[in-house]
Design a protein around this ligand. Structure first.
Ligand SMILES: [Zn+2]
Length: 351
């Protein structure tokens, strides 16, 4: 085996292993469970998965996508995400070589994959990915100036300035990315009358659906808390006392439910600010800088609108997850950003 082929095989295997871990993140992060322990186990018979049954891609094929013991069928999504991650790792390697820059993009795309699949399923983006990813983006930018088109030149004097500049561009990127989408939703919301955005009444099923994926006992507790605090009656009618509350922190909740104040407030107010999207765009900016994150902001609606129209026709539900389209826009910007910007600029300057 040649050295080049050895590296490519290694990259694909590494990607599949990371993909296997991303599967765990996608299942556990939205349920606020640890991604470290317990180890992988069958969700049906609870038997731990032995290491030889946990080899990415291969084990799924060998076992035909079923549990070795109880034969429960596992979603093909597990296999697909391992494959997708492996292909993505290989693709970045082919474009950017075996470099620190590639490693940075591997981290970024791993976050993108988790954000995409969690958002599609739960309409949330875990903070571990968006906020965590943003800070990782800052740190990597400090060490890898190539992320922002700067060249580090070994140990020459004045080298630290390049690294500081890279960090600065990363901070600016997070600000531009998060700020652009925050401003847009603020403006958008101001056109919708407040009353049209509020839930006046929620059955227990609707309440449970809206707070998915919180644990049932927590949802039950929150319902009781809402009733006891006079925000809601037993039938699920939201009462005036709730509307008088000006901000989430002012809600009177038992201490164990304090962390859900914001979620309840958002849900009942049907606040479409989508803090998750703002934070995800902060992460995009931290990795890609202000130009490409602004381009992402402008590209994402095209993907989102197309999909949204199809979904609306299909399900009559227009509230779609936006994160996956931000991810799509970010990847388009990363690979074709220069061409797209050149095209736009020349279109405006050359007649
Ligand atoms: Zn099983």
């Amino acid at each position: 085996m040649s050295e080049a082929m050895f590296i490519e095989t290694f990259v694909v295997f590494l990607g599949a292993c990371i993909g296997s871990f991303l599967n765990v993140c996608i299942v556990r992060l939205p349920k606020e469970q640890s991604v470290i322990s317990p180890g992988s186990h069958c969700m049906s018979c609870n038997k731990p998965v032995a290491w030889f049954d946990n080899i990415p891609l291969l084990s799924y094929l060998a076992l035909g996508g079923k549990c070795r013991y109880c034969k429960t069928r596992y979603s093909v999504r597990y296999f697909f995400i391992e494959l997708l991650t492996a292909v993505a790792f290989w693709g970045f390697y082919k474009i950017f070589g075996f470099s620190a820059l590639t490693a940075a993009y591997w981290v970024m795309v791993s976050g993108f994959i988790v954000a995409t699949f969690v958002d599609f399923e739960y309409r949330i983006i875990p903070d571990e990915v968006s906020v965590g990813g943003m800070f990782v983006g800052f740190a990597l930018s400090l060490f890898i100036p190539e992320m922002h088109g700067l060249v580090s030149q070994g140990t020459q004097s004045g080298q630290w300035l390049i690294h500081l500049k890279s960090l600065g561009l990363s901070l600016l990127g997070a600000l531009a990315g998060g700020g652009s989408i925050y401003a847009m939703t603020m403006i958008g919301n101001s056109f919708i009358p407040r009353s049209m955005r509020q839930i006046e009444h929620a059955t227990k099923e609707e309440f449970t659906d809206a707070l998915h994926p919180l644990k049932p006992e927590i949802i039950e507790g929150l319902w009781d808390n809402m009733v006891r605090s006079g925000y809601m009656n037993d039938n699920g009618d939201i009462l005036q006392v709730f509307w008088d509350v000006k901000k989430a922190d002012d809600l009177q909740f038992d201490p164990q439910y304090a962390q859900y104040k914001r979620k309840i407030f958002r849900t009942v107010m049907m606040d479409t600010t989508g803090g998750g999207d703002v934070k995800l765009m902060g992460m995009v900016g931290a990795f890609m800088g202000w130009k490409l994150s602004l381009l992402t902001f402008f590209l994402a609606p095209f993907f989102g609108a197309t999909y949204g129209i199809i979904e609306k026709l299909r399900t009559k539900d227009s509230a779609i997850a936006y994160g996956p389209f931000l991810v799509l826009g970010a990847l388009m910007s990363l690979f074709y950003g220069e061409k797209i910007m050149l095209f736009i600029l020349s279109g405006y300057s050359v007649h």
